[in-house]
Design a protein around this ligand. Structure first.
Ligand SMILES: [Zn+2]
Length: 409
């Protein structure tokens, strides 16, 4: 059985911490001016970059620095440098859309680096650059976030104005918690097309286990089907207006799926944490082969969604210290979790499992999730007690080198 350990990096977990700023009215005006001039600057630089087909940061600096400072009086040297780096980054991340100049929304989030902001951790204030000078602002946040800000090295931040609030989102790296022994076994999660996830506890996701309007799976499915029909219609039209709508549609669909995946992964990690279990999902390779029969477009969306769910779950599990494993997907949908009998005949109808040997019957996705959970337990044993299964551990290998030949016999 091939088991892959979680590939989350050992040294820590990159995350974003959000602080709420409480500026006085004059300070809020200064922040608004900062956001505006920085976004204007980025758009000016972006147009220059696009016009001259110059996207690398050093060349772009040479091209745009004096120009953008001449055009925007309030922009300081460091804010100009930061704008240029931001534009270079935007184009580097969007290779495909160099077709037109990237425009930065006038009120969009503005990045602040260490030279544009400084924290006073004792006073819980942050000093931010604005076109009219630095402003020093008190900040608040969740206790765990404040603790992270107090103790960890801080990365770049985004200054954001949203629904009447000034927010600072700061990138930092959390120390990785120690993974706890899954004393309660493993929670298996089967990913699928009809149901995004079914757990070995027989919980169907999205479903009533999730809070909010996505709770009812029927709702999501209807929405997806409506989108699908709409897309078909637009594809037939083939006009540029229709293509624009299509792009927006797929963006919205991706956002909806991302939101669902966040909620699903959050739920399964919390459930595993609460019950002292680890989490097991199928290796993506296997899911791919199972949905091969589906339409190309759906497959693309779903492949992306499956990969995303794995990424989210792995990350949240690592953050919570929950054991996480990807298991071999072979026959998870045809094997009987009670007697071990594997047969295609165990699947008499779509979505249904009936073991032809012992008679165990159930929802096919739930049966698959049980098999995944069992493989999680087995996989954990292989990783942690290598000698019990006869597999040599790498460390033992080093310790027990074959004895050097001493000659003689
Ligand atoms: Zn059976």
């Amino acid at each position: 059985m091939a088991i892959r350990r979680s590939t989350t990096k050992r040294h820590g977990l990159p995350t974003i911490v959000q602080l709420r700023l409480t500026p006085a009215p004059a300070q809020a005006d200064a922040l608004a001016a900062a956001v505006q001039v920085c976004n204007q600057a980025a758009t000016v630089v972006s147009r220059l970059a696009w016009h001259h087909r110059t996207f690398a940061v050093v060349e772009l600096h040479r091209l745009a620095y004096y120009e953008v400072r001449a055009q925007l009086a309030g922009l300081g040297a460091q804010a100009a440098v930061r704008s240029i780096a931001r534009v270079a980054g935007a184009y580097a991340n969007r290779r495909a859309t160099k077709k037109r100049a990237h425009i930065f929304r006038p009120h969009g989030a503005v990045p602040y680096d260490a030279r544009l902001m400084s924290f006073n951790r004792d006073a819980r204030t942050v000093s931010l650059w604005t076109p009219t000078g630095r402003v020093t602002l008190p900040y608040t946040g969740r206790p765990e976030d404040l603790k992270a800000i107090d103790t960890l090295p801080l990365g770049e931040a985004d200054l954001i104005y949203r629904r009447g609030m000034w927010l600072l989102q700061i990138a930092l790296t959390l120390p990785k918690p120690v993974v706890r022994e899954p004393v309660g076994g493993f929670l298996g999660v089967d990913q699928g097309v009809a149901n995004l996830a079914v757990t070995s506890d027989r919980v169907v996701l999205p479903g009533p286990a999730l809070p909010g309007p996505v709770g009812g799976n029927g709702h999501v499915r209807t929405l997806r089907e409506r989108r699908h029909r709409q897309r078909r219609r637009l594809q037939k039209q083939g006009t540029s207006a229709a293509r624009r709508v299509l792009r927006r549609l797929s963006g919205r669909e991706h956002r909806m799926m991302t939101d669902l995946n966040h909620q699903i992964s959050k739920y399964v990690v919390r459930e595993a944490e609460r019950t002292g279990r680890g989490l097991a999902l199928e290796d993506l390779q296997g899911i791919r082969s199972r949905v091969r029969a589906h339409r190309l477009q759906r497959r693309t969306l779903h492949n992306w969604a499956f990969a995303q769910q794995i990424t989210f779950t792995r990350y949240k599990a690592a953050r919570a210290g929950v054991a996480f494993l990807l298991v071999d997907p072979a026959y998870t949908s045809q094997a009987c979790p009670d007697c071990g009998h594997i047969s295609r005949a165990n699947r008499p109808a779509r979505g249904r499992f009936v073991c032809t040997r012992c008679g165990l019957a159930g929802h096919a996705d739930h049966i698959a999730a049980r098999n995944i959970a069992t493989r999680g337990i087995a996989g954990w044993a292989v990783i942690n007690q290598p000698h019990a299964t006869g597999l040599p551990s790498p460390r033992r290998d080093r310790e027990s080198k074959p004895p050097a030949s001493t000659g003689g016999s």
